[in-house]
Structures are given as C-alpha cells and as structure tokens.
Design a protein. Structure first.
Length: 249
C-alpha cells in the first residue's frame, strides 16, 4: 500500500527532494549549453549583412581620403580577404560578429611555408593581433582608455582608418607611398608592402590573386578617381556660393 506523501519515511522524502533537485539542475545545464552553442554559432558563422559586393573588392566603409591610397587599400584586400564580408573574416574563411576589439583567435594554417603554425590574422587587411595593437596605438582615431589600459575597436571604419593612416606615414615604410602611387610605381609599392602583406608578391605566400594585383589596382584607382570627381562636382556649387559670399564687401 502506498503511503500519503506526508506519511512517507524520512529517507524517501530526502530521496524525492534529491531527485527533484537533480532534474532542475540537469534542465538548467541543458538550457545553458543550448544558449552557449547558439551564441558560438552566431559568433563564428553569422556574417553581418551590411556589405554589398559585385565581384570586385568591396568599397571601403571609410569616407573621403586620397583616391590613390584608397585604391591601394582595396587592392590589398583583394589578395588578403577576397570574400563577401571582408571586415569580419578570420583566416580560413570563418566570420566573427563581435568587432569591438581584434578577435585575436589563433587559427591553424593549413598550407604554405607556415603550415602547422597558427595565425591571428583577421579583418579586411588580415592584420595579426600584435600588428593591430602596435599600429592602432599610433593611428587609431578613437582609442578607449580605462585607467592605464587602452583598447582599440576593430569595427570596419577603424580598420580602414588605421590602415589608411599607416600607409600615409612615410616614416613607417621609409618611402612616400602616396607619391610612388602618383608616379605610377605600383610594383615598387607592392614590393615595399610585401613584408607586411605576404600575398602581395615578392614574398613567401603568393596566392591566386597575386599576379593580377597591378591590374586590380588600376581598376580600383579608376573607380576611386571617378568617385572623387563626382563628389567634387556635387559640392562645387555650394563651394562657389560660399566663395562669392566671402568676396562681398
């Protein structure tokens, strides 16, 4: 005969409570595990759908700047991150959602002279975490500082801003990159930069895009020059109006 709950022996009551607690803990653990797996999947697989590409290197998020340097930046990314969402890509092709800082994930290298090692290359310019922190320290326009520690957002506009400023700094490369580009010396520029971006040719890790980079640069330069001309035409009337106003007695 089954006893009423309140008349069951003390040991049975303790066992009942123990089993109930185990069930609650198991359910909570399962829920946490599912939430973690969903978060991980979103972090690694979900690309932010904010970029539009048409087969050529995507336009820069950054607005303005010298068209020659802008064309060079797009050329670098044609070789380093030739994917639909370049700002969010890790070495190997996985995407990350959180760009509040450099992802700093060491991904195993599957081919080439460094096969078997791992790399933290990430973003449109496939910058290593160490390279990012070193360059961002000098060129990041909006570092975040807490006490003595600084962090540098890895959002698309800041990736562009840091690399743009870096390429424009003659002291960083020993030559004036902008001037060389204006003189049409793209091969010399690629050779100069190949120590940093090894897929640009003249280095140890050429890829399928390397031989086409000078032609890609010329195409990107034409686009950037046309965009600059278009923008100057859009703003010229207001500039003329301001000039006329300033000339009044």
């Amino acid at each position: 005969m089954s006893l009423p709950f309140f008349e069951r022996p003390k040991n049975s009551l303790l066992n009942y409570k123990r089993k109930t607690l185990i069930k609650i803990l198991a359910g909570t653990t399962a829920a946490i595990a599912v939430a973690f797996l969903m978060f991980y999947w979103n972090q690694e697989r979900w690309p932010p759908l904010i970029y539009d590409t048409t087969g050529t290197p995507a336009p820069l998020i950054m607005q303005g700047g010298d068209p020659y340097i802008r064309a060079l930046m797009r050329t670098i990314s044609a070789s380093e991150s030739n994917v639909a969402y370049p700002y969010s890509v890790l070495y190997g092709g996985e995407y990350v959602k959180d760009l509040s800082q450099h992802p700093d994930r060491c991904v195993k290298i599957v081919n080439g002279p460094n096969q078997g090692n791992c790399t933290t290359a990430a973003g449109r310019y496939q910058m290593l975490s160490t390279t990012w922190y070193e360059t961002a320290k000098y060129y990041h326009p909006k570092p975040s500082k807490i006490l003595f520690w600084e962090s540098y957002s890895f959002e698309p506009e800041f990736q562009d801003a840091v690399v743009y400023a870096w390429l424009n700094d003659p002291t960083a490369w020993g030559v004036n990159i902008q001037q060389l580009l204006r003189e049409g010396k793209i091969e010399k520029v690629l050779r100069t930069l190949s120590g940093t971006w090894t897929s640009l040719g003249y280095g140890i890790e050429d890829n399928s895009m390397t031989e086409y980079l000078p032609a890609i640069y010329n195409e990107m330069l034409l686009e950037e020059l046309q965009a600059t001309k278009k923008n100057s035409q859009i703003y010229r009337p207001s500039q003329v109006a301001i000039s006329k106003e300033s000339s009044k007695p």
